[in-house]
Design a protein around this ligand. Structure first.
Ligand SMILES: Nc1ncnc2c1ncn2[C@@H]1O[C@H](COP(=O)(O)OP(=O)(O)OP(=O)(O)O)[C@@H](O)[C@H]1O
Length: 312
């Protein structure tokens, strides 16, 4: 497999703080990957090491096939965690300036800036100064600047934070469009819904170490599916119908509500028995674990190790 990013056992210490203690990460070329972890887990430090902004203390990383990430800077787009464009610049100049930092001529950057602004509903703002923009609008301009050089690899540090729901949706579309063009995207986020919807693969870190690497489905498979059952009458015989070790939570509300792990043999035998005994089924459905639930389990479970390096 061709990887846009490969990192093995990366580590970084700041004084007596071990910010990153052994991150393994592989992002296949052309994929959208999410980089998840709690506050302070080491995401930003890892991204900076991948891009060559920080030198790792230990481990190896390869970016677009080279272990000298700065040598491929012209092929990379990066949205840093700390936002900021020069307030006195116009939107067009701000984007062209980022293009110049990535090896483009200013003229080329301005043309591309106009194209990007027009395609993303900011065509009328090309000559407005950044200081006149709302925070979210300025962030959108900075995001567009990340795409100015048509990068092969785009690294976005919490790109959705600070954007309203409509702009978040626009950003999702922009990321998909970049991938359709052939780019690889790695973004960090705390918003599970974005990761769940968008990512071919995830890397989850905790305390500076990789805890999980694989598909969204594989992450969710860390938790069992559960059955939710609501009946008109109490089910005195329910325990007898469930596999040994099942627990039943009796929930508040009208009727009786039960939630229990999906029995290994499925729910059909249980359903047949419920119908036969006339239990008055009001609702019965299988509840799949969310990525949110899986994330909490994965970062909380110190015993978990990194799994398959690539998404299924
Ligand atoms: N320049 C620095 N000097 C000292 N400590 C640092 C520095 N940069 C990061 N740290 C520490 O390293 C740890 C990891 O920080 P990092 O910013 O990489 O985490 P993160 O996962 O990006 O967090 P968040 O989700 O809150 O942005 C934190 O404890 C942080 O305080």
């Amino acid at each position: 497999m061709n990887y846009a990013i490969e990192a093995e056992n990366l580590s970084k210490r700041f004084g007596d703080k071990q910010a990153v203690a052994g991150v393994d990460l592989r992002v296949p070329a052309g994929a959208i990957y999410g980089f998840l972890g709690q506050n302070g887990a080491g995401k930003t430090t890892t991204l900076r090491m991948l891009l060559g902004i920080l030198e790792p203390d230990g481990g190896h990383r390869r970016l677009l096939g080279t272990d000298r990430p700065l040598s491929v800077a012209a092929r990379v787009g990066y949205l840093p965690e700390e936002r900021g464009l020069y307030p006195a610049m116009t939107a067009r100049e701000a984007i062209a300036y980022v293009g110049a930092l990535r090896g483009m001529s200013l003229a080329e950057g301005r043309t591309r800036a106009d194209e990007l602004l027009a395609a993303n509903g900011l065509g009328g703002e090309a000559t407005a100064r950044i200081r006149t923009f709302s925070k979210g609008m300025a962030q959108k301009v900075q995001l567009l600047a990340t795409f100015v050089n048509r990068p092969d690899l785009i690294v976005l540090d919490e790109p959705f934070s600070g954007l309203d729901p409509v702009n978040q949706q626009d950003l999702e579309a922009m990321i998909h469009a970049e991938r359709a063009r052939g780019a690889t995207i790695l973004f960090s986020t705390h918003v599970m819904a974005h990761a769940e919807r968008m990512c071919d693969g995830l890397v989850i870190i905790a305390h500076g170490r990789t805890r999980f690497s694989g598909s969204v489905g594989a992450a969710r498979a860390h938790l069992p599916s559960r059955v939710v059952l609501v009946t008109d009458r109490p089910l005195s015989n329910l325990h007898a119908m469930l596999p040994p070790g099942s627990t039943v939570d009796i929930l508040p509300g009208p009727g009786n509500a039960y939630r229990f792990p999906l029995p290994p043999g499925g729910i059909e035998p249980l359903l047949a028995c419920l119908i036969e005994t006339g239990s008055g089924i009001r609702d019965m459905h299988i509840e799949r674990p969310t990525l949110h639930d899986a994330f909490v389990t994965i970062v909380g479970d110190g015993a978990l190790r990194a799994e398959t390096p690539e998404a299924a």
